[in-house]
Design a protein around this ligand. Structure first.
Ligand code: FAD
Ligand code: FES
Length: 260
């Protein structure tokens, strides 16, 4: 993990409310593993002391990119970042996704900006499988072509039916799962809103496959100090608090004790 003054080298609209920010960050970029994130201090913001977490969408020796959606004060302030601006970042943070288990069939499942956390996983996976992407509308289904170029079979689903199957991501995943002869051989890598994570985790437990869930919890420090991001993790005799920023954000479905 490094703290770095990164320089904006690219910043543009991607689609809908989503934008891509590319940073020259030679200290952070080379260290990144799939599923890790960075904490970015938003310049020119009153509460700029608080950093915002973003999955690392792409990374190389020179730096890293994020794919973000404008949802509030911090992300709206980020829109004004110009090429050449300096941004204070800490990263890479979190455990990231584990490597695909030998002999397993990889399946990616993403909702909205969850795709950003899965792109590097899709790239490094030695076996390319199937990717289920969900979103409210076609505008929320991101980077299909990029995953296809890597060799993934992408199946979109939208709430309004504007792209792919109409309904939640489970509307395309469930019929496909029902056709699988060896469901236990599936290994899921999932990133998206918590209801989607839980839905996939429940299926993993019921049908006996593995699902790695990247938890979406509000964060503050990002480095394990403030306990803003805790979830309940099962232990042999009950549960314990686990910090999504440091112990996660990725947990196997059987580890998580969901709050009612
Ligand atoms: C590990 C991790 C990775 C993330 N990766 C990405 C990413 O790749 N791209 C991206 O666009 N966003 C990502 N997020 C979410 C991003 O951090 C928030 O959208 C951002 O912090 C909101 O800041 P804001 O000041 O604009 O919004 P705020 O003014 O703080 O909040 C505006 C609205 O957004 C909601 N919100 C805030 N944080 C989250 C969150 N974590 N999940 C869902 N809703 C939230 C608030 O409840 C509120 O309704 C990630 C979050 C985590 C924890
Ligand atoms: S965000 Fe501070 S402990 Fe996780």
């Amino acid at each position: 993990m490094k703290q770095e003054k990164a320089t904006v080298v690219e910043h543009h609209n991607f689609q809908g409310d989503y934008r891509i920010l590319r940073l020259a960050a030679p200290a952070v970029g080379p260290l990144v593993k799939p599923g890790q994130f960075l904490e970015l201090r938003v310049p020119r913001l009153d509460d700029r002391i608080l950093r915002r977490p973003f999955s690392i969408y792409k990374a190389d020796a020179e730096g890293a990119s994020i794919l973000y959606k404008t949802v509030g004060r911090g992300t709206e302030a980020m829109v004004s970042l110009q090429v050449g601006d300096e941004v204070d970042i800490i990263g890479p943070l979190g455990n990231g996704f584990p490597e695909l288990t030998k002999g397993k069939v990889p399946v990616l499942v993403a909702g909205g900006y969850g795709n950003a956390a899965l792109y590097l996983k899709a790239k490094e996976s030695p076996v390319k499988g199937i990717a289920f992407f969900g979103g409210r509308t076609a505008q929320d289904i991101l980077c299909i072509e990029e995953f296809q170029v890597l060799g993934w079979d992408v199946r979109p689903a939208t709430d309004d039916g504007s792209l792919g199957t109409k309904g939640l991501v489970t509307a395309s995943f469930d019929p496909w799962m029902a056709e699988q002869e060896n469901v236990q051989s599936l290994e899921l890598f999932v990133c998206g809103p918590n209801p989607m994570l839980k839905a996939m985790g429940d299926r993993a437990i019921e049908h006996g496959f593995t699902a790695w869930l990247s938890m979406d919890k509000n964060m503050a420090c990002g480095v394990g100090a403030c306990l803003t991001c805790v979830i309940k993790r099962k232990t042999t005799d009950g549960w314990e608090w686990a910090r999504c920023c440091k112990d996660g954000p990725v947990f196997e479905s059987r580890e998580i004790l969901w709050e009612e």
